[in-house]
Design a protein around this ligand. Structure first.
Ligand code: EPZ
Length: 426
C-alpha cells in the first residue's frame, strides 16, 4: 500500500493548475444514462472516483473510454440492465447518482444502498421521498433500493417537492429524474452548490428545461427525449481551496491557476481574516502570507457558506494561528477524524460536540499518521508540509487519490519535498 512521505518546513512558491471538479464530473457522467448516442466530457480529473463511475457505467451497458482529461460515453446495450451492484456502489457513495437517470429513462432501477462512511451515516431518504413524489414506488430489499415508475415501469410525473434539509446529490438526483418526467417539477430548499449549476448547464445542453439552478428553487419542465453532449468541466473549487491553505500554512506565495474565486467567497473571507493575502491574478488566484496567522472561528454550512469540504484543511491553518479558534461542523456528524492524527503531530485541539477548539501552537512535528477520508487526508498533507524535525508519513493515501489528481507532483512543482513511498503493510 502506498504512503506519502513529506519533509516539511519549506514555503511553497510558484504556480499550480487546478484540475476539473470531481463533484461536478460525477453527476454529469451519470447524465449519459439519460440519452442515447455519444457524449464527451472534457477537463475530467484523473481520479479513482472517476474510474469507479466509469466501471459502473460499463456495467450499465455504456462503452466508456477514460482518456487523458476526457471521458467518452456511448450507449451499447439497450435496454440496459438498470442495476448498480453493491460491489461498485460500496467503493463510492456518489454511485447513488445513477438512480434518478435510470428511473427517468428506463422506468425502474435497482441500486445498492450506499450505506454510511467515515464522516457520517449519510442516508438517502430525501432522494427516495422526491422520487416517490414523482410517482415512483420504493422498495428496500436486502441492502438494495428498488424503484419502479408508475404502474411498475411507467414514466415519472412532475411534482412539487421540498427537501427537509439541503442535500447536494439529492438535488442532483431529482433534477436528473425530473428532466424526462411528464409535466413540471418544482424543487424547493435545493442545494445551491456550483456543481448543481454545472449539472443544470449540461442538462440544458442536452435539451432539458431546467431553471433556477444555483438558487434554492429549481423548476424543471419534463421533455420526451434528450441528446448527448460535449462539455468541459468547471475547475475544482475544493482542490483550489486546498492549495490556498497549503500556501498560507507554509508562509509561501502561490498562484493557483484557474481557481474559481467566485465559488470560494465564503472560504476566502476567512483566509483573509486569518491574515492571508488573497488576490485574483489573471485566470487564477494568488495566495501569500507575510505576517503571523490570526485565530478565526468558522462554521460549515451549505453553499455559499463555509464549505465542509474545506473544514479539515482550514483546521490545520488554525493549528498555527495565534490564539484559540472554534471550528464547528454542521453538515456531517463525524467529520473530525483528522483531529487525533493532527494531535500526533503536536496540534492542541479539544472537541466538544460538533465544535473543535483549536489552540494555536508554534509548530508541528513530523510523525506517522493515518488518512481516514478524502479531506482529512488533505489536511494531513498540509500539516506534513508545515511540520519540522521529522518526516511525516501519511498512510492509506488511497483516500487522497479519490479526489486529488497527482497531488505530490503538483506540490513538488511548488518546491515541496514530497514523495510516494511503498508503505509497510498494516
Ligand atoms: C456532496 O455529498 C459532496 N459529494 C460531498 O463531498 C460534500 O461534502 C457534501 O455534498 C456537502 O457539501 C459529492 O458531490 C459527490 P449531502 P452529499 O447530501 O450530496 C444528510 C468530498 O469530500 N442527508 O449534501 O452526499 C447527510 O447525511 C465529498 O468531495 C440526509 O439526511 O452530501 C448530510 O448530513 C464528501 N438525507 C447532509 O444531509 C438525504 O437524503 C448533507 O449531505 C441526503 C443527505
Amino acid at each position: 500500500m502506498d504512503a506519502i512521505r513529506i519533509r516539511g518546513g519549506r514555503p511553497l512558491r510558484g504556480c499550480v493548475r487546478v484540475s476539473g471538479a470531481k463533484n461536478a464530473a460525477l453527476p454529469i457522467l451519470c447524465t449519459t444514462l439519460l440519452s442515447a448516442g455519444e457524449s464527451l466530457l472534457r477537463n475530467v480529473p484523473g481520479l479513482r472516483d472517476i474510474n469507479t463511475l466509469a466501471a459502473l457505467l460499463r456495467f450499465l451497458g455504456r462503452k466508456t473510454e477514460v482518456g487523458k482529461g476526457t471521458v467518452r460515453v456511448f450507449e451499447e446495450a439497450d435496454p440496459c440492465r438498470p442495476e448498480a451492484p453493491y460491489e461498485l456502489v460500496k467503493q463510492m457513495r456518489a454511485s447513488v447518482l445513477v438512480l434518478g437517470p435510470l428511473v427517468a429513462r428506463f422506468g425502474r432501477a435497482k441500486v445498492s444502498l450506499p450505506g454510511g462512511c467515515a464522516i457520517g451515516a449519510r442516508p438517502i431518504d430525501q432522494h427516495l421521498k422526491g422520487l416517490e413524489a414523482m410517482g415512483a414506488a420504493i422498495e428496500l430489499d436486502r441492502g438494495y433500493v428498488i424503484v419502479k415508475g408508475p404502474g411498475g415501469q411507467g414514466r415519472l410525473h412532475g411534482a412539487d417537492f421540498c427537501f427537509d434539509l439541503v442535500t447536494v446529490t439529492g438535488t442532483e438526483n431529482l433534477m436528473m429524474a425530473a428532466v424526462l418526467a411528464k409535466g413540471r417539477t418544482t424543487l424547493l430548499n435545493c442545494a445551491r452548490e456550483p456543481e448543481v449549476e454545472e449539472l443544470a448547464c449540461v442538462l440544458n445542453k442536452m435539451g432539458a428545461n431546467v431553471q433556477g439552478a444555483g438558487t434554492s428553487q429549481i423548476r424543471i419542465e419534463g421533455v420526451d427525449e434528450l441528446q448527448p453532449f460535449d462539455h468541459a468541466i468547471v475547475a475544482d473549487r475544493i482542490e483550489a481551496g486546498t492549495f490556498m491553505v497549503a500556501a498560507a500554512a507554509t508562509g509561501g506565495d502561490v498562484l493557483i491557476e484557474r481557481a474559481p474565486m467566485e465559488h470560494l467567497e465564503g472560504f476566502i473571507s476567512k483566509l483573509r481574516k486569518a491574515g492571508c493575502d488573497v488576490a485574483r491574478e489573471g485566470e487564477g488566484v494568488r495566495v501569500s502570507r507575510a505576517g503571523s496567522l490570526v485565530a478565526v472561528d468558522a462554521t460549515t454550512a451549505p453553499y455559499p457558506g463555509f464549505p465542509t469540504d474545506m473544514q479539515a484543511q482550514f483546521m490545520v491553518l488554525m493549528c498555527l494561528a495565534n490564539g484559540r479558534s472554534a471550528v464547528t461542523e454542521t453538515i456531517f456528524e463525524n467529520r473530525f477524524m483528522h483531529v487525533s492524527e493532527l494531535a500526533r503531530m503536536g496540534a492542541n485541539i479539544d472537541v466538544r460536540g460538533n465544535t473543535a477548539f483549536v489552540h494555536g501552537v508554534s509548530n508541528l512535528t513530523g510523525a506517522c499518521v493515518m488518512a481516514t477520508d478524502l479531506r482529512a487526508s488533505a489536511s494531513l498533507v498540509i500539516a506534513g508540509l508545515v511540520a519540522t524535525e521529522y518526516d511525516t508519513d501519511i498512510r492509506r493515501v488511497y483516500h487522497l487519490d479519490r479526489g486529488y489528481e497527482r497531488i505530490e507532483e503538483k506540490l513538488a512543482g511548488l518546491g515541496a519535498d514530497v514523495k510516494r513511498v511503498k508503505d509497510a503493510p498494516g
